[in-house]
Design a protein around this ligand. Structure first.
Ligand SMILES: Nc1ncnc2c1ncn2[C@@H]1O[C@H](COP(=O)(O)OP(=O)(O)OP(=O)(O)O)[C@@H](O)[C@H]1O
Length: 235
């Protein structure tokens, strides 16, 4: 069995608001094996995006630990955490988040250049070909459709061969058919690259395509045995 790539141990997150202290995540615990695909599901406001931000090292838990490939993310200083993020993680967001003043090719070359990896142009060109945009290398995001922009974002995420891809509602801004194409591409690239996929989604069909689902209710992880009972009951 592949080793754990992510180990989350008793992660809680609290914030202060005008009414006092709000607990967004309560003692979340799970681990993910290398190459697994996992959907994080749950109602709006249950804490899914907060958990994803903590897995990304972008948000800091109030207590608990997150180990990525054996490295405890929150014992590192910000610079070291950013370096781990750049080397091991890829991100795909609902809103694409491409740089508008760079072409498709330049957007995909950028993470390779920041990591000092050789031959960024050739690797980025090949990756854009892989997502079906080999003819659009010199085009700026503003002339690309939503689905095309998300495919550039996928190429940018996968080109560094991340250990883990974190995706937050990657089809949320796309119509159904385009969303399906993008998801098929994510699963295919994921298998090819042997990446672990962590996907936040409201879409049950997409969640069902993942190896596992982690359900969050009001900041607590529903035990997987209880989820199984629920799904058998619903069948
Ligand atoms: N900095 C903050 N201050 C106050 N409340 C916050 C803060 N960050 C998150 N929250 C609250 O924590 C809860 C969980 O937010 P989160 O964005 O993680 O939910 P979510 O499950 O991703 O929701 P959605 O599916 O709607 O995107 C929400 O009620 C949100 O308003």
């Amino acid at each position: 069995m592949p080793p754990s790539i992510i180990e989350v141990d008793r992660v809680s997150k609290q914030v202060r608001d005008s009414t006092g202290v709000l607990t967004i995540l309560h003692d979340i615990e799970f681990s993910l094996r290398a190459q697994e695909s996992v959907a994080i599901v749950g109602a709006s406001g249950s804490g899914k995006s907060t958990l994803l931000s903590i897995l990304a090292g972008l948000d800091v838990p109030t207590s608990g630990t997150v180990r990525l490939g054996g490295t405890d993310l929150f014992t590192l200083d910000e610079d070291a955490r950013a370096a781990v993020r750049a080397q091991k993680l890829g991100f795909v967001f609902q809103s694409f988040q491409l740089l508008g003043n760079l072409t498709a090719l330049e957007n995909v070359m950028l993470p390779l250049e920041l990591l000092g990896r050789g031959d960024a142009r050739a690797q980025a060109t090949e990756m854009l070909g892989r997502v079906g945009l080999g003819e659009r290398l010199g085009h700026y995001p503003r002339v690309l459709s939503g689905g095309e922009q998300q495919r550039v974002a996928l190429a940018r995420a996968f080109v560094v061969r991340p250990a883990v891809l974190l995706a937050d509602e990657p089809t949320g801004s796309l119509d159904f058919a385009t969303g399906e194409t993008v998801m098929q591409l994510i699963f295919a690239l994921n298998r090819e690259a042997g990446t672990t996929l962590v996907l936040v989604t409201h879409d049950r069909g997409i969640a069902a395509c993942c190896d596992r689902q982690l359900r969050i209710e009001a900041g607590r992880l529903v035990p997987e045995a209880a989820q199984l009972v629920e799904s058998v009951g619903a069948a």
